[in-house]
Design a protein around this ligand. Structure first.
Ligand code: S3P
Length: 171
């Protein structure tokens, strides 16, 4: 593998896109968000893809998008969708890159997600219960794929970005 990318993983609401964008600025790297690429590439929202074609189609798009992004020869900061870790092939693709698991408590996630569930069909229904289920299903997968873990509860954006720079050895 030639280019090592910085990849943010974690449950929905953990701050991957917000943190990733800022981190990319600070590192002078390009920022990409796999969900945004899927939406712009397909001309549909994630909810539309789920509603018309189902989750498997979304996961196929997610895997091919991740593979394309990681093939870039310039080092990127990559924000991923919370479910990127589900597929073995995706975890294999991320191996060897700087993969940071942004870990947040249930209370933090519920507080952040209250008003922004429209592009997150997997959160339909009881928000807290859905997050507990997703956390149960994915916690070990995040741990497995991550080269570093960052607990983001109670930290502001500047602090998180500074700590992440240190974690990946860029300060
Ligand atoms: C998903 C999380 C979403 C998006 C899609 C599926 C998931 O991304 O990829 O709705 O499986 O947890 P965020 O983590 O940015 O919300």
């Amino acid at each position: 593998m030639s280019t090592v990318h910085l990849i943010l993983v974690g449950l929905t609401g953990s701050g991957k896109s917000t943190i990733g964008r800022r981190l990319a600025d600070v590192l002078g790297r390009e920022f990409v968000d796999t969900d945004q690429l899927i939406e712009s590439g397909s001309g549909r929202t994630i909810r539309q893809i789920f509603d018309t074609d189902g989750e498997d189609t979304f996961r196929d798009l997610e895997s091919s998008t991740l593979a394309d992004v990681l093939a870039s020869s310039t080092p990127l900061v990559v924000a991923t969708g919370g479910g990127i870790v589900i597929r073995d092939e995706n975890r294999r693709l991320m191996h060897g890159h700087d993969v940071i698991w942004l870990r947040a408590s249930l209370d933090t996630l519920v507080g952040r997600l209250g008003n922004s569930r429209s592009r997150r069909p997997l959160l339909d229904g009881d928000l807290r219960r859905r997050l507990v289920e997703l956390d149960d299903q994915r916690r070990d997968l995040y741990r497995d794929v991550a080269s570093s873990v960052m607990d983001v509860d109670g930290l502001d954006l500047d602090r998180i970005v500074t700590d992440l720079q240190a974690a990946v050895g860029t300060t």
